[in-house]
Design a protein around this ligand. Structure first.
Ligand SMILES: NC(=O)c1ccc[n+]([C@@H]2O[C@H](COP(=O)([O-])OP(=O)(O)OC[C@H]3O[C@@H](n4cnc5c(N)ncnc54)[C@H](O)[C@@H]3O)[C@@H](O)[C@H]2O)c1
Length: 412
């Protein structure tokens, strides 16, 4: 990366935010410095401070986000706050010409997605969603192979992010005495957290979602009670058609065994996939009659290689994705790279989760995903504020479970 002005970074949300701090410090990504932290939980701020410079170079800490955003202490913000509150703060930052790196998902209502696109267009700052899974070793290799053209055109692709939680993890996230009664993880509809499954497929192929149908599997009642879940669903699957006439099958953030991510591209001349249980390895296979001339056999399974910085990437979280996604953001601010997902891609992914859920609630009917770069298309959704998360101030105005759950045990 070329040497230029230091980029000052503010981090809002110091739990997952701590992982990004580790990706940035100790000169791992040169030319940036963390100058401000914001979290209402002081223990989380303290734990981040342990990994940051002391004295004159120590970041200023805030518990109130309004004061944090008004502080003028940073050029770029990492929004690692609650899942369902990113768009509001992203708009605020963009209005102040602060570059935004927003955790998943970009928006939790269609209206918020429209407002976010408009704010990004007016701003002098850039927007990028902090979607790390496109940058895992295996997924970067699949992108490279697809872009080489030897596989032909994608016809069908699959992305899975499967994240069951043990009863203990479940308690950490869902017990109201730990996280409060309104934490987003208690109410997240089964399709909403879909970017870890979908973003890698979009990044590899360049295709955009155009239409979605959602389906779900229900947890047996005796199992649901073990995890005290307030939701009836364990698995949310979406079938998506793309602007390139392909079909993607996306399994959002499902609770089924076993844990893991998996991605597959099936194309006109062959296919490529990561190996289940090993994110670093890929299998590339061609139709025998479409095999590249310099390949002896029609298929190979091999360990992928990082483009560079192997040691730093191997040490970073989420299969190395945490390093590359931050680096891409910093390079994009400097004009040396292009954000992915940009605001339109990020909002399309949010819409897949939001409308995929609506499909489930409405008998699996299909919904069209608007082109968020087109004002005429997105305008139709500007007042759509269906929101599944209850809060202290207001109840949810769309269900977060597609079958009522009457008893969530002692975590009701
Ligand atoms: N990309 C990944 O691999 C990955 C992994 C984990 C979490 N995440 C994302 O990171 C985000 C945060 O998740 P998390 O796991 O850290 O849990 P979380 O949502 O509980 O943490 C959010 C943090 O922000 C703070 N916060 C939120 N609103 C605040 C406010 N108004 N004022 C002050 N502090 C406030 C909370 O105190 C908390 O420490 C979510 O969007 C989640 O989807 C992404």
């Amino acid at each position: 990366m070329a040497k230029s002005k230091t980029i000052r970074i503010g981090v809002f949300g110091c739990w997952r935010g701590h992982a990004y701090i580790r990706s940035l410090v100790n000169g791992k990504i040169p030319g940036c410095r963390i100058t401000a932290l914001c979290d209402k939980k002081q223990d989380r701020i303290q734990s981040c401070l342990e990994d940051l410079p002391k004295g004159r170079l120590a970041p200023k800490v805030f518990s109130d986000p309004e004061e944090f955003f008004d502080s003028k202490l940073f050029d770029a913000v990492f929004l690692i706050n609650y899942f369902n509150e990113h768009a509001k703060w992203a708009v605020k930052a963009l209005e102040k010409n602060i570059h935004v790196f927003s955790e998943t998902m970009a928006a939790s209502t269609m209206a918020d997605a429209v407002a976010l696109c408009r704010a990004a267009e007016k701003s002098k700052a850039i927007y990028m969603m902090a979607e790390n899974y496109p940058h895992s070793k295996g997924n970067l290799e699949l992108k490279k192979v697809y872009e080489s053209g030897t596989l032909g055109k994608v016809l069908f692709a699959e992305g899975e992010y499967v994240h069951p939680m043990s009863p203990n993890e479940s308690r950490r996230y869902r017990d109201p005495s730990v996280q409060g009664p309104y934490h987003w993880r208690r109410f997240n509809p089964i399709t909403y957290y879909c970017s870890h499954a979908l973003a890698p497929l979009m990044y590899m192929t360049g295709e955009m979602p155009k239409r979605v149908v959602g389906m779900c599997a229900y947890t047996p009642e005796e199992v649901r009670q073990i995890y005290h879940s307030k939701k009836a669903e364990s698995v949310g699957v979406m079938l998506i058609t793309t602007d390139g006439d392909a079909v993607f099958r996306v399994n959002g953030s499902s609770s089924m065994g076993p844990h893991g991510n998996w991605y597959r591209l099936a194309c006109t001349k062959g296919g490529a996939e990561t190996i289940r249980g090993n994110q670093r390895k890929v299998r590339v296979a061609y139709n025998s009659w479409n095999k590249p001339e310099d390949w002896e056999e029609s298929e190979k399974t091999y360990e992928a290689e990082w483009p560079s910085d192997a040691e730093i990437a191997d040490a970073a979280g989420h299969g190395g994705g945490d390093y590359w996604v931050v680096r891409k953001f910093i390079e994009s601010i400097r004009g040396e790279n292009t954000p992915f997902p940009n605001v339109y891609q990020a909002c399309a992914m949010s819409a897949v989760g939001i409308l995929g859920w609506r499909s489930i609630l409405n008998g699996n009917i299909p919904y069209d995903i608007p082109d968020f770069s087109n004002e005429e298309e997105r305008k139709k959704w500007q007042d759509d504020r269906q929101f599944p998360y209850p809060s202290e101030d207001a109840p949810n105005n769309i269900p977060f479970t597609s079958r009522p759950v009457t008893d969530a045990g002692d975590w009701n």
